[in-house]
Write a protein that binds this ligand. Structure first.
Ligand code: PBG
Ligand code: ZN
Length: 321
């Protein structure tokens, strides 16, 4: 062992014995689309991340492809929000329009959509509200989620990613897609999603801060490891094609656990608050940003992730090339 370490200065030997690799291909890059034209608004809490109108999104796709990033995760920010998130259910809503335009301009771009209601509802929760219990009504939300999936499917999406943590969502979406004829459209489930403070900056960019309460009635308790594994395995049993752990950094043990409990591909979501921490620490000169970023990405892969959803994706791809 020591002999290998003493010769690590030889770059070829170093790569021969390296166990973990990060490639531009491992990444899915999140994009936030807004109605309008010529809009590119930086998010104060997330330098380098923007809300963009569709024309800017299309320009960004060009940049991404040149960097070797061929997968995006689209979030829609509609012009009008209401109690049920109607924009998400409309074939001419923001997300359907964006998917159609991206696929027309960049047919090879692998387009994933976040499937949830919190960006579309005026109360900012992930589904229809049960006013008696002041929480989301799971089953009413399932009822309209199938419609949302078909809106994405008709627009030409390549994969849907339900993020609302409703019980039974994968069965509901699979049934809706299959009966609509979309039997080959895969589902990447946000299968193990914790109720986390790390989503703070995202809710600024997606304009989805809940107007009352929090998401702890449908997202998971960070203290629960067995429950975390169970949640992902339930989604696998319902037909999810790819599982996910979110957030990533504080949950590396869970990534490893799920990697070992399931043979499905596993994604991790390196969320907004994790990005913001590195970004601001780097800007303040407290850390070597590039080095810490790459170390973090290697950590996700080493823990067992196949796919990394990250706002760092462009910077990583730049460093790798
Ligand atoms: C919507 C959704 C959220 C994120 C992805 N999809 C926010 C939330 O659950 O509050 C968070 C992503 C991030 O923080 O980068 N349900
Ligand atoms: Zn949501």
């Amino acid at each position: 062992m020591d002999r290998l370490r003493r010769t690590r200065m030889n770059p070829h030997l170093r790569s021969l014995v390296r166990e973990t690799h990060v490639r531009a291909d491992d990444f899915i890059y999140p994009l936030f689309v807004k109605p309008g034209e010529g809009i590119k608004t930086e998010v104060a809490s997330m330098p380098g991340v923007y809300q963009m109108s569709l024309d800017e999104i299309l320009k960004e796709c060009e940049v991404l492809q040149a960097l070797g990033i061929h997968s995006i995760l689209l979030f829609g920010i509609p012009a009008v929000k209401d109690s049920v998130g109607s924009d998400a259910l409309c074939d001419h809503g923001i997300i359907a329009t964006a998917v159609r335009a991206v696929k027309r301009a960049y047919p090879k771009m692998f387009v994933v959509t976040d499937l949830c209601f919190c960006e579309y509802t005026d109360h900012g929760h992930c589904g229809i509200i049960d006013h008696v219990h002041e929480t989301v009504d799971n089953d009413l939300t399932l009822g309209i989620s199938g419609q949302q999936a078909l809106v994405h499917a008709r627009a030409g999406v390549d994969m849907i990613a339900p993020s609302g943590m409703m019980d039974g969502i994968i069965t509901t979406l699979r049934d809706a897609l299959d009966s609509g004829g979309y039997v080959n459209l895969p589902i990447m489930s946000y299968s193990t999603k914790f109720a986390s403070g790390y989503y703070g900056p995202f809710r600024d960019v997606a304009e989805s801060v809940p107007s009352f309460g929090d998401r702890s009635t449908y997202q998971m308790d960070p203290a629960n490891r067995r429950e975390a594994i169970r949640e992902s395995l339930l989604d696998e049993a319902q037909g999810a094609d790819i599982l996910m752990v979110k957030p990533a950094l504080a949950y590396l043990d869970i990534i490893r656990d799920i990697r070992e409990a399931s043979n499905l591909p596993l994604a991790v979501y390196n969320v907004s608050g994790e990005y913001a921490m590195l970004k601001h620490a780097g800007k303040a000169g407290l850390i070597d940003y590039n080095r810490v970023m790459m170390e973090t990405m290697i950590g996700f892969k080493r823990a067992g992730a196949d796919i990394i959803i990250s706002y760092h994706a462009k910077e990583v791809a730049q460093l790798l090339s």
